[in-house]
Structures are given as C-alpha cells and as structure tokens.
Design a protein around this ligand. Structure first.
Ligand code: SF4
Length: 71
C-alpha cells in the first residue's frame, strides 16, 4: 500500500502518457505479432544478489534459475 501511494504521488501527465504508450505498444504487439515499442520503461527492478536461502516457487532466485553464479 505504501509503495502504491508513493508511486501514485510521483505521477504527472507526462508520466501517465508514457505509461499509456507502453501499454498500447504491449497490447499492439500482442494482438498483431509485430513488435512495437513506444514510451520508456516506467519501473525498474533491481536484484542486488542472487543468493537466498529460501526457495519461493515463483522467484528466479528461489528456483536457482539465474544464469549468473550465486552470490
Ligand atoms: S522471493 Fe526469492 S529472493 Fe525473496 S525470499 Fe523467496 S526465494 Fe528468496
């Protein structure tokens, strides 16, 4: 909830337009099979390490599915 509120507090019309462009290009590509990319990435995800002792089933780290060595 806190992350969502933080994300929403950073929105502007320009960023909303970018998000819409990314979503339109995603669905256009999905429907037509022709790759199109409009807009810029609006979120990023950082994986600071590939080491984890748990094995959560939907996580690449948990599945040991990384191509990079653990650590
Ligand atoms: S989600 Fe991935 S990184 Fe997080 S605890 Fe589970 S296995 Fe570890």
């Amino acid at each position: 909830m806190r992350d969502t509120l933080n994300f929403l507090s950073k929105l502007s019309w320009r960023r909303l337009y970018n998000i819409a462009a990314v979503l339109v290009s995603f669905y256009y590509t999905r429907l037509t099979g022709k790759a199109r990319q409009w807009g810029l990435p609006f979120t990023i995800s950082l994986e600071p390490t590939t080491a984890c002792n748990l094995r959560c089933p939907e996580c690449p780290s948990g599945l040991r599915a990384f191509y990079a060595p653990n650590g």
